[in-house]
Write a protein that binds this ligand. Structure first.
Ligand code: ZN
Length: 178
């Protein structure tokens, strides 16, 4: 029988090697700062925990709800600036036929893209200063923001497949079904 400490010494390098391998395999965890859709508090969340339904530390609201976040003229800038992820904002208004046609499509694609891009919605008739500031020509319009800056926009109602394709052209893909 080898002495017990000999056994431990023999095991240790192997375990260390295995741990090292694991460390090498894990992607570096980036801390993300996600603004709360309800109280706008900025919550630091490890990038690999986005799929765990993180909650706001201040108010307890889900930070990444499956449905689009309703924005107002007051919350718009803060939410866009502290989104942490790309944000896709739908500008719409009640009584606009194409807008109303697109609402459920936007909702459905929002649920699919949860954790990859944050979906939000702003009533352009109730908060006209925001679409005016962004020189919007018509509704429904979508604007994609990254780090608080507009990177792409599209105007006119879209089917879900067209919206997915447009997002893919912006480098945003739906998570692969496991
Ligand atoms: Zn909150």
């Amino acid at each position: 029988m080898p002495p017990a400490n000999w056994f431990r010494c023999w095991r240790a390098p192997e375990q260390n090697a295995r741990r090292g391998q694991k460390r090498g395999r894990l992607p570096q965890v980036v801390m993300m700062e996600l603004g709360c859709p309800r109280c706008l508090a900025v919550n630091p969340i490890p990038g690999d925990r986005l799929g765990d339904d993180p909650k706001c530390e201040s108010c307890g609201a889900p930070l990444l709800p499956a449905e689009p976040v309703p924005l107002t003229a007051d919350s718009f800038d803060s939410f866009i600036r502290h989104a942490g992820l790309p944000v896709l904002v739908e500008f719409w208004a009640e009584g606009c036929g194409p807008c109303e046609m697109m609402l459920p499509i936007f909702d459905a694609v929002a649920a699919e893209m949860k954790g990859r891009v944050r979906f939000a919605r702003l009533d352009a008739a109730a908060h006209p200063q925001v679409p005016m500031r962004h020189h919007l020509r018509g509704i429904p319009s979508l604007i994609l923001f990254r780090d608080g800056t507009e990177v792409a926009r599209t105007t006119g109602a879209m089917e879900a497949h067209a919206l997915r394709r447009w997002l893919a052209s912006q480098g945003i893909q739906q998570a692969k079904v496991q």
